[in-house]
Design a protein around this ligand. Structure first.
Ligand SMILES: Cc1cc2nc3c(=O)[nH]c(=O)nc-3n(C[C@H](O)[C@H](O)[C@H](O)COP(=O)(O)O)c2cc1C
Length: 326
């Protein structure tokens, strides 16, 4: 099935995925101007009691800056942007944030941790599409039953709340019954891997951790350098920090005084995505990352990272053509 028009005409088939704390309007605008979908979690836009609503201000800025860019560059328009909603009972802001996104006609809605009919309806009502992230085929079916337009298959090795399944298995099982938009998430960090995601059956690559090491990202310099200086063997999969399994940088855990190779287990009832989603003090500097960061060698502007991905993707396609043509 053809991709919905909003996902066609990207410079490369990539969505810059939403990153808790890290994604901000600077990063999203840079990603969209450079030709990939940029995204941020609605919960990143926080105001203090009594202050104007930050989500409103972010959407205004992103919408206006991208409009200005499109007027000045009619032949090279920006890619659309996406807002991520955590659809979990602990997210007390959900209803308010949905109303704001509906009013601003957010074009792409990414939903995590819960598939709900009303959320999909709100997106469709303002002309948007929804992409729901899942870690297995059962959740994938449920998401489509509840009205999501597309799926984000979060496979093993992804940053944040990663799945545990091989991307080959996950994408194959979903493609048996679903021919709509399918994104693949997990350790994709170069052009060859983007093409590999498509060869596997996905439409688009969903890339997170590499964007932590960009100038625009809201991360402290040490975090950015830790992404640059480490690789897959420095990542540990644990549920200790949020109650859900995710991938983390071992050196950040060691620095907080814990042994990353001997972490205790937590339980899912500790999940909390409310506004007070504060980590215990000692966990403040436990940093999330996927396994793909071996490909990331420098902190740079997001546009330069996207230029590199685009050049690598073109090279990978040329190489693949040679293989296909024998
Ligand atoms: C630090 C960090 C924070 C994340 N926060 C969110 C989030 O708030 N919402 C969400 O849907 N996904 C979140 N993710 C998951 C990403 O959107 C995406 O699935 C993942 O980063 C892709 O794998 P990669 O990091 O190997 O590229 C986060 C990932 C990381 C590394």
């Amino acid at each position: 099935m053809a991709l919905p028009p909003i996902l066609q005409n990207l410079r490369i088939p990539v969505v810059g995925s939403p990153l808790f704390i890290i994604s901000n309007p600077d990063l999203v605008i840079a990603q969209c101007k450079a030709g990939i979908v940029g995204a941020f979690p609605a919960l990143n836009a926080r105001e203090k009691e009594g202050e104007p609503i930050m989500l409103e201000a972010w959407l205004k800025r992103i919408t206006e800056e991208l409009d200005r860019h499109n007027q000045a560059n009619p032949d090279n328009p920006a890619a659309p942007f996406a807002v991520n909603q955590i659809v979990h009972r602990s997210n007390a802001r959900l209803e308010r944030d949905l109303e704001i996104c509906h009013r601003w006609k957010v074009p792409i809605w990414i939903t995590s941790l819960g598939a709900r009919v009303e959320v999909n309806e709100a997106a469709h009502d303002c002309g948007g599409i929804t992409l729901h992230d899942i870690i297995n085929n059962t959740f994938a079916r449920k998401a489509i039953e509840k009205g999501a337009d597309g799926l984000i298959a979060v496979a093993a090795g992804a940053g944040g709340h990663a799945g545990a399944q091989s991307p080959f298995a996950l994408v194959s099982e979903i493609r048996e019954w679903f021919d709509g938009p399918l994104l693949l998430s997990g350790a994709i960090a170069n052009g060859r891997s983007i093409l590999a995601a498509q060869a596997m059956g996905a439409d688009l690559a969903y890339i997170g951790s590499p964007f932590i090491a960009t100038d625009e990202a809201n991360a402290v310099p040490d975090y950015k350098q830790m992404i640059v200086g480490h690789g897959a063997e420095d990542i540990v999969y644990s549920n200790l920090f949020t109650g859900v399994h995710g991938n983390y940088l071992k050196p950040s855990i060691a620095r907080a005084g814990m042994d990353p190779d001997n972490l205790e287990r937590s339980d899912p009832s500790k999940m909390n995505f409310g506004e007070n989603r504060e980590k215990p003090k000692s966990w403040k500097e436990i940093w999330g990352s996927g396994q793909g960061i071996g490909a990331i060698r420098t902190v740079q502007p997001a546009a330069r990272l996207i230029d590199t991905l685009a050049a690598q993707y073109a090279d990978a396609k040329a190489e693949m053509r040679k293989i296909v043509n024998g």
